[in-house]
Ligand binder design. Structure first.
Ligand code: HEM
Length: 510
């Protein structure tokens, strides 16, 4: 895709800015892969296992016939979590971690999908295609998750309702059950108290590598050494993995045992399909791939007769290199081209170090009248401009530095919006992201009134002002969020680069 695209940019960041500079903070819960943040270690549990099971149980309500259910974060509702089919506290744990990572561009359901993908990828598994655009349910879905005491035919029927064939059922169960196990606390009839100081939560694991993706779930099953509690459990009624794995005469499991590559590629396909199983009508984005050159945190602020321009750029698949020269070049509205050097600002990595990225920061002062239309980067003399498209930077609407804090409690401030002469917006509005009563990120818009008499800020901009209160701080799971400015111009919305938190504004003097 072409930068900027607010939704795809946000999805790309949460997927690929994992560790180090500008970390989005999800992958740390998988470091190391047997980390379990909710009880003392060694617990025998793992965040990674909880996250994969959460994605499956959220999806498993899907009904291909009527399009209902699917991966839509309905698992966050306590009503759904309290059903027998959703036994255990892993769903609540997972949602607690994930809620803070959702935003207006990344739904809670997208985070659930990505959490499962990252657990697999970052813990030894194959790369899995990730799309965004899931829509969070406003209420619980109908029940429909398979349970271990049910017979084979009901499992075949259940997976068919979810959209998977009997062979795919074997695959999906094996792909999931290469992680985690059955807990004594949740299933005391399947797993006894193990009294094991190395496994404090008494989890009987599905294979010997419970926090690592590999085909041991298949090799141990085929070789007869498996300790999988759903295969060799004392009560055969709950040996659902045994019935499922053997349902085709062990052909599928044998193929997985013989080929770790086949197991990995099958799981990459099936798990991608699992997280892309969404209620009918939901339109997913393209597969999110890393942008090789990606601006981030671009800010343009009116400061008297100048524009303060700052931001960063990330170069994918590059490591730090003190000899590299990176400069930023931009075009203005009056035919000029300008150059500024950048400074190395950090490095990041993703997928347990499989990928790295090098970051550079820029900071410059532009003449407000000349403004800016687009930018490009020069890396050791080579032009990076999205294959000639350039990186568009809009200067039509932005914050003015004259914005100020009016009161701390309640938090109120005057936001001065600079509108470029000639832009002629039909509307200007502030947008703030908040959470609705069921924790979905939603955007509240506040119209910025058109001033009766335009107040010139300089030769290029006039100011529109509005006093707003930030009612969002500390509400529910909402982190404090910035106000952003959007202008509707000729039926199209353009959004200012960079948002403004009221709390960080200087106090008003008038
Ligand atoms: C017939 C289908 C399935 C049955 C009956 C089943 C049953 C179970 C049971 C009883 C547990 C133990 C839960 C606990 O003690 O907290 C479990 C755990 C788990 N299941 Fe499944 N499962 C099925 C399919 C799947 C699928 C398709 C996936 C994912 C692709 C999956 C992923 C997991 C994971 C990762 C765990 C470990 C959770 C942890 O250790 O915290 N399961 N499953």
């Amino acid at each position: 895709y072409i930068w900027p695209s607010p939704q795809l940019d946000a999805l790309e960041s949460i997927r690929y800015d994992q560790d180090g500079h500008r970390s989005q903070g999800i992958s740390v819960f998988l470091e190391p892969c047997d980390l379990f943040i909710f009880s003392a270690s060694p617990s025998g549990r793992a965040d990674s296992a909880d996250w994969i099971r959460t994605a499956y149980h959220d999806m498993a309500t899907h009904n291909v016939a009527d399009g209902s259910g699917g991966l839509d974060a309905s698992i966050r509702f306590l009503e759904e979590q309290s059903r027998p089919e959703n036994a255990g506290d892993g769903f609540g744990n997972t949602i607690t971690v994930f809620l803070a990572h959702a935003n207006r561009y990344v739904s809670i359901a997208d985070v659930i999908a990505l959490g499962a993908i990252m657990a697999v990828e970052n813990c030894g598994g194959p790369e899995i295609a990730f799309r965004g655009g899931r829509v969070d349910a406003g209420e619980p879905n109908l029940p429909g998750v398979p349970e271990p005491q049910q017979d084979l035919q009901s499992h075949i029927d259940s997976f068919a309702r979810q959209g998977f064939t009997p062979t795919e059922m074997i695959g999906l169960v094996a792909c999931g059950h290469t992680f985690g196990g059955v807990q004594h606390d949740t299933f005391p009839d399947i797993v006894p108290d193990l009294h094991d100081p190395g496994n404090l939560k008494s989890v009987a694991h599905f294979d010997t590598t419970f926090s690592h993706f590999d085909n041991n779930v298949a090799t141990e099953y085929i070789s007869g050494t498996t300790q999988n509690p759903l295969v060799v459990g004392a009560n055969d009624t709950t040996n659902s993995d045994k019935r499922i794995f053997s349902s085709d005469g062990n052909a599928t499991m044998l193929s997985f045992a013989n080929s770790p590559e086949l197991f990995a590629s099958t799981c990459a396909d099936l798990l991608a399909r699992m997280v892309d199983t969404v209620p009918r009508g939901v339109q997913l984005t393209e597969v999110i791939k890393p942008l090789l050159v990606k601006p981030a945190a671009v800010q343009l602020i009116l400061d008297g007769s100048n524009l303060q321009f700052s931001g960063e750029v990330r170069f994918w698949n590059k490591t730090a290199d003190p000899n590299r020269s990176v400069s930023l070049q931009w075009d203005d509205n009056v035919g000029g081209t300008h150059n500024v050097s950048t400074q190395a600002s950090g490095v990041s990595s993703a997928v347990a170090g499989r990928f790295t990225a090098a970051w550079y920061a820029f900071n410059s002062t532009l003449d407000a009248v000349a403004g800016i239309t687009s930018m490009r980067f020069l890396v050791d003399g080579k032009v990076e401009d999205q294959n000639g498209v350039g990186f568009a930077v809009q200067d039509g609407i932005l914050y003015s530095k004259t914005s100020c804090l009016q009161s701390q409690n309640p938090l109120t401030g005057r936001l001065d919006v600079a509108v470029r002469n000639g832009l002629n917006p039909t509307h200007v509005f502030l947008e703030q992201e908040v959470r609705d009563s069921v924790n979905r990120p939603v955007v509240v818009s506040i119209e910025v009134p058109r001033p009766a008499q335009a107040l010139a800020a300089n030769d290029a901009y006039s100011l529109w002002s509005i006093t707003v209160a930030d009612n969002n701080v500390g509400v529910g799971s909402s982190p404090a969020t910035a106000f952003t400015i959007t202008a509707e111009v000729g039926g199209v919305n353009i959004t200012a680069n960079g948002g403004q938190f009221l709390a960080t504004l200087p106090a008003c003097t008038t």
